[in-house]
Ligand binder design. Structure first.
Ligand SMILES: Nc1ncnc2c1ncn2[C@@H]1O[C@H](COP(=O)(O)OP(=O)(O)OP(=O)(O)O)[C@@H](O)[C@H]1O
Length: 295
């Protein structure tokens, strides 16, 4: 898999704040790369340096295809969905697409863009009347308007309801299916698990973990959790096995689900309401940093 962007020893120093502290990673061509971390971790600063919007204090960002360091000219070739983009009042969605298309030399055919971002139901609607999900789909279309190979999405589903978020994920999967490279920042671990091939986790300007979601989870967690209503499990069994009682449920940590279920059945424990959960990226984040990603 070839490398699309190579980030080397990147540092950004503001007066008394080191926003990004000597980080290095590669973004692979055709992958969805996730940059995760809590507020203030340095994600936006990193992304803005990669987009050529701000300059690094030291280190480099090289777009391998162009074989040169990033500068502001890169904006013609990449797509950016910013966290907050002001849309022109009194323009319809179609007029907005036309306006943004006029900023670029080469653009994706509008019909294809409308289909890809599922805009056909509200093309004549004033921007101000769009729902959160519709607005994000329009912003995604604007990021794709110049048919970029590389697309930056900065927290694209923040504030959307679960249904709109899932719709949006499907659009991102479709775009990924066209062999585009996506760089995504998000606070939502389920989003990263769904979409990202590679993940970098940042905290306080530094990288604290890197890998595929599967590699990260199997490196840090060999166990799964089994939950059962407390009243169904004899106290003696709980104590003997050093299981934990949490909010009315018994939490059993095990690396052998079959063996644990056999033990419960042997003691005639009812399995009504049983819940089995593998560790997810939220658990990983808590494990690595001692705090949850959305705190
Ligand atoms: N222009 C600036 N001047 C001084 N400090 C800044 C500036 N921009 C960012 N910082 C600081 O750099 C650190 C990293 O900020 P950054 O916005 O990159 O974090 P983030 O991970 O994107 O956070 P969020 O998820 O809240 O967007 C923070 O401590 C922030 O206050």
């Amino acid at each position: 898999m070839s490398v699309a962007i190579c980030v080397q020893a990147l540092t950004k120093q503001y007066k008394d704040v080191t926003a990004v502290n000597n980080i290095s990673f590669d973004v692979k061509q055709g992958h969805c790369f996730g940059l995760l971390g809590p507020n203030g971790a340095g994600k936006t600063t990193t992304i803005e340096i990669m987009e050529g919007i701000i300059k690094a204090s030291s280190g480099s960002v090289v777009y391998q295809h162009h074989d040169k360091e990033v500068d502001h000219n890169i904006s013609q070739q990449i797509g950016i969905q910013f966290q907050h983009t002001a849309l022109q009042d009194f323009l319809t969605v179609k007029e907005t697409l036309n306006l943004f298309a006029s900023f670029y030399q080469d653009t994706l055919p509008q019909k294809q863009l409308i289909e890809l971002c599922d805009l056909s139901g509200f093309l004549d609607r004033d921007n101000r009347l769009l729902s959160g999900g519709q607005r994000q789909r329009l912003l995604l279309a604007l990021a794709l308007i110049n048919d970029p190979e590389i697309i930056f999405l900065d927290e694209p589903t923040t504030g959307l309801d679960p249904h709109a978020r899932r719709n949006f994920w499907q659009l991102i999967k479709n775009i990924k299916g066209q062999n585009k490279t996506i760089i995504l920042t998000t606070h939502y671990m389920d989003e990263a698990e769904q979409l990202c091939d590679d993940i970098v986790i940042m905290d306080q300007g530094s990288i604290i973990e890197t890998g595929t979601p599967h590699q990260l989870l199997s490196k840090h967690f060999q166990n799964v959790f089994i939950y059962l209503p407390e009243q169904q499990v004899p106290l003696k069994l709980i104590e003997e096995n050093q299981w934990v009682i949490l909010s009315g449920r018994v939490e059993i940590t095990t690396n052998n689900v079959e063996k644990t279920l056999a033990l419960l059945m042997e003691h005639k424990v009812s399995l009504d309401g049983l819940h089995v959960k593998s560790a997810n990226l939220d658990d990983l984040f808590l494990h690595l940093t001692g705090h949850s990603l959305r705190e």
